[in-house]
Design a binder for this molecule. Structure first.
Ligand code: TYD
Ligand code: MG
Length: 455
């Protein structure tokens, strides 16, 4: 028999090659290939057209069970999930180390256990004593959670098979789990995939909501194969700057609900507190108007949030290449906006360093941020503070047009509610709201004239 060939598997896309390479030929990621034990293939010519059991087809409108969602006890968590936990579903929760994943899930498990359902929390990272200490700190030591420290999927599934299926099963984390039917160390692609497969099968068969914690690589992807993201029903990421208090729970994929809802939490001394009304969080609360600062009336899912955007422009004397740095927004998008401001409005950023920061460690995803970013950049460039009580929203095209965006009336209503007196946005579609003066602008040069006006 021929010696089985070596195989190298990409931890990002799951692609397989027979030779090690620095870059994965399938997805183009660097340093993601690692050697794994060859897999046995019985026969490629195996005939699958007989010997199976017949399956039953049903019409789409067949009366069936609509999965009933269960509240996690954390309204912000439920909101990000699209209305609570779905039985028989698998959720992958990713996030930087130390961001608060274990804390969030322990709190959710405690709520479920306290409400009379059963919750199992398996930690492969911490000893049971460590989890208990955390529970004490959270004031949850009395919650009847079934807690275990284990890493063998066989042990976990055997134990679960001997008891009533829990409502919630938390596995913290999938990278620490291992299955003795698969070769390789915990955390390798085939282990992660194999363990997840077995756990998800258990969850589907027993109507258990399974939450898998997933580690995140330094560029923000969930470690392990992309395949993992395909296997689960919901992918969520827990985001925030560790130096800031605020944490955003975002769903990136959701088979049962919308993907643009977020949950907002604050990390406090006794765990994660829910932030039901996040509008004000990302404003700096300064008294003086300063050049380079603009307030963006953003939408996160169905929720309006006001966010301060800060720009700083430093003119360089020498011919050195100027730096451009962005925190909390897409740097490609900023480069585009700078190019549009140069090409369509005649401004010159070429010999200046440009820094952009979104206050509060927030990461902007709403495309309507363009206009607010442009306002901050122009204000910084001309050293002209923007009026303090104004908000901005709108998308900017490459031609320099200010394009309409969704939910403009919700944005305006929230701004008015928080005491802002004026909004600038796209001309079309926008209805003025009571208590707020609205000025529509159609082209980016309108914005520049307005800010640099009589300069
Ligand atoms: P943790 O849930 O362990 O993060 P993860 O599982 O994502 O790695 O959270 C760890 C951080 O949270 C740690 O730096 C301390 C902080 N923390 C608090 O500020 N308050 C608390 O009540 C708890 C439990 C943790
Ligand atoms: Mg943890």
């Amino acid at each position: 028999m021929a010696k089985p060939k070596r195989r190298y598997v990409c931890s990002s896309c799951g692609g397989v090659t027979t030779r090690w390479q620095g870059q994965c030929a399938d997805c183009g990621e660097w340093n993601t290939l690692s050697e794994e034990a060859p897999q046995t293939v019985f026969s490629t010519k195996h005939d699958l057209s007989s010997g199976g059991r017949p399956i039953r087809f049903t019409p789409l409108d067949a009366p069936g069970e609509v999965p009933k969602r269960r509240a996690s006890g954390l309204a912000e968590f439920d909101r990000a999930l699209g209305g609570g936990l779905v039985p028989g579903s698998a959720i992958l929760l990713g996030g930087d180390p130390g961001i608060g994943k274990s804390t969030l899930l322990l709190q959710a498990a405690a709520h479920i256990a306290n409400s009379g359902s059963s919750a199992v929390y398996v930690s492969g990272e911490e000893a049971a004593g460590q989890v208990r200490l955390r529970a004490e700190r959270l004031g949850l030591s009395k919650a009847p959670i079934q807690l275990a420290s284990a890493t063998s999927v066989r042990d976990i599934l055997t134990t679960l098979g001997m008891m009533d299926a829990p409502t919630l099963l938390v596995i913290d984390s999938i990278q620490t789990m291992h299955s003795d039917t698969i070769e390789g160390a915990p955390g390798t692609v085939s282990q992660v995939r194999g363990c997840a497969f077995e756990l998800i099968r258990y969850a589907k068969e027993n109507d258990v909501t399974l939450i898998l914690v997933g580690h995140v690589t330094k560029d923000g992807n969930i470690a392990g194969p992309r395949v993992l993201e395909h296997m689960v029903d919901v992918v969520m990421s827990f985001e925030g700057e560790r130096s800031h208090q605020y944490r955003i729970l975002r769903s990136l994929k959701n088979r049962f609900g919308p993907v643009d809802e977020i949950g907002v939490f604050a990390m406090e001394g006794a765990g994660l507190a829910e932030v039901g009304n996040p509008s004000m969080l990302f404003l700096s609360g300064r008294e003086e108007a300063m050049a380079g600062s603009a307030v963006f009336a953003a939408m996160e899912g169905t929720r309006p949030v006001l966010i301060e955007i800060q720009a700083l422009i430093v003119r360089l004397q020498s011919g050195a290449t100027p730096r451009r740095a962005v925190v909390g927004w897409d740097s490609g998008r900023m480069a585009m906006l700078l190019a549009v401001l140069e090409a369509r409005c005649g401004l010159n950023f070429s010999s200046a360093e440009v820094y952009l920061n979104v206050a509060g460690g927030y990461r902007l995803a709403d495309p309507a941020a363009d206009l607010a970013v442009a306002a901050a950049l122009v204000s910084a460039l001309g050293d002209r503070p923007l009026p303090k009580n104004t908000v901005w929203f709108g998308e900017v095209s490459l031609a320099g047009e200010i394009r309409p965006v969704a939910h403009s009336s919700i944005r305006q209503r929230e701004s008015a509610k928080l005491g802002f007196g004026r909004a600038y946005g796209p001309v079309a579609t926008t209805k003025p709201e009571k208590g707020l003066e609205f000025t529509g602008m159609s082209m980016l040069p309108n914005l520049v004239d307005r800010i640099l006006g009589d300069a």
